[in-house]
Design a binder for this molecule. Structure first.
Ligand code: AMP
Ligand code: GLY
Length: 429
């Protein structure tokens, strides 16, 4: 089988690596790919949000399956256009991808289907937003409705800060993405990421993971795209997972199907495990990054049958068979440490030389995924983004996985990079 994989981050490198290991797969074509993916399959220089270019590429390559990694092409309707052309696609329709692309849509669906989440209001007008704020207690959670590259959520400590943020967002801080604002109740608890592979009816669950969103050790400093992850996350006990299935994903998937927007692909449930039980922080229409790296590295079995079934149907009633192909029982504790450019998530320089990635890859249990790398004209590997490498390792225990990942980090020679030194601390403490 030939696959076309869309995207160029660490998430897509991990997906390419895992899918290429499947006996079902002959070639993984990537668009646009990155230097790591280049070693796995042919890469085509078409951007992940160039819908017309990607459709043209698919018509050329004629893949048996298209796997869409990031949210941007999903929000633009790439999956619908490819399906209309007869391709099998892993990734939700434009309508279903609104669960990520519009927070107001997502909150509205949760309300309609009775799914536990923070109480909220939705506003386009500053006066009403500020009046609503005064019925809430601090801290105040303000969210731009649309996609804002992970920056659209502000947690304000005081009414003054929240008022100022409302004015900024509604006057175009994030362009159209903040023309509508969601104001939410603050939820207390521990967060986790749960991933459901679904064809709209059947659902296969991967082991729960935990991201580390803040830039600094001990969860301090500004939010990032994610500085590291591990799985399984013990905060999602069997009981919590059972409640997530019964109270969150079950009603969401049934509701979306009934309302004519069946969800096909992977649904990322950002969960807050509160004293009252699991509640939804957000939905995403794709795998998490770096959670995906951890899941792909830790899975003993084959991911391709479940991904293919999500695209073509037939999951319902056959979940146990797909779970056994994934070998979920054999999932290895895994951690991934993000090496980022100094300055990230603020401004950072590009072009610094990265050496000894191969030495890290040769260490026991270690796989280094590329996220923001490039190859310079002389053929050397250089940094080309904020999050640059994902040093990922599995072990017999999470302790061993984390130690191995940091051994990998220490083997890499990149003076301009930095990482958090405490990935996995919640599970290890
Ligand atoms: P989101 O992009 O919606 O995941 O929000 C980014 C981060 O803000 C989340 O990962 C949480 O850490 C935090 N957050 C978002 N909504 C809430 C909430 N209602 N209560 C507490 N923390 C939240
Ligand atoms: N790791 C968080 C995200 O992918 O949104």
């Amino acid at each position: 089988m030939n696959i076309l994989l869309i995207g160029s981050g660490g998430r897509e490198h991990a997906l390419a690596w895992k899918m290429a290991a499947s006996p079902l797969v002959d070639v993984v074509h990537c668009a646009p790919g990155n230097p790591g993916m280049h070693e796995i399959g042919p890469c085509f220089d078409v951007a992940a949000d160039d819908v017309a270019g990607l459709v043209k590429l698919a018509l050329q390559i004629e893949p048996d399956l298209v796997v869409i990694g990031p949210e941007a092409p999903l929000a633009l309707g790439l999956a619908d256009i490819l399906r209309a052309r007869g391709f099998d696609v892993f990734g939700p329709s434009k309508a279903a991808a609104q669960l990520e692309a519009s927070k107001a849509f997502s909150k509205g669906r949760m309300k309609r289907y009775g799914v536990p989440t923070a109480a909220y209001g939705e506003f386009t007008e500053a006066g009403l937003a500020k009046a609503f704020l005064r019925m809430m207690t601090a801290p105040y959670v303000l969210k731009a409705d649309g996609l804002a590259a992970g920056k659209g959520v502000v947690i304000a400590g005081t009414l003054e800060q929240a008022d100022a943020e409302i004015d900024e967002m509604l006057s175009g801080k994030f362009g159209d993405a903040s023309a509508t604002l969601v104001i939410e109740e603050f939820m207390y608890g521990e967060e986790a990421s749960v991933f459901v592979i679904t064809d709209g009816e059947g659902a296969v669950y991967l082991p729960a993971a935990q991201d580390h969103k803040r830039v600094g050790d001990g969860d301090t400093g500004p939010n990032t795209g994610g500085m590291g992850a591990y799985a399984p996350a013990p905060v999602v006990t069997d009981e919590v997972m059972a409640r997530i299935k019964r109270e969150i994903s079950g009603p969401m998937l049934r509701g979306m199907a009934k309302d004519g927007m069946p969800y096909q692909g992977v649904l990322y449930i950002g969960v807050m495990v509160t004293p009252e039980g699991p509640k939804v922080v957000e939905f995403n229409a794709r795998f998490g990054d770096p959670e995906c790296q951890v899941l792909m590295a830790g899975l003993a079995g084959d991911i391709v049958p479940a991904i293919l079934a999500s695209a073509t149907g037939g999951l319902k009633g056959n979940e146990a068979a797909f779970e056994s192909l994934l070998e979920l029982d054999g999932f290895r504790p895994t951690a991934s440490v993000v090496l980022a450019s100094s300055g990230y998530p603020g401004s950072y320089a590009r072009g610094s030389l990265i050496q000894s990635v191969a030495a890290a890859n040769n260490l026991p249990g270690v796989t280094v995924f590329h996220a923001g790398t490039d190859v310079d004209p002389a053929g050397a590997l250089v940094a080309a983004g904020g999050r640059v490498l994902n040093v990922t390792a599995s072990g017999d225990s999470l302790r061993e996985a984390v130690d191995r990942a940091y051994a990998g980090v220490d083997a890499i020679d990149w003076p301009e990079g930095f990482c958090r030194r405490d990935i996995g601390w919640r599970a290890l403490s």
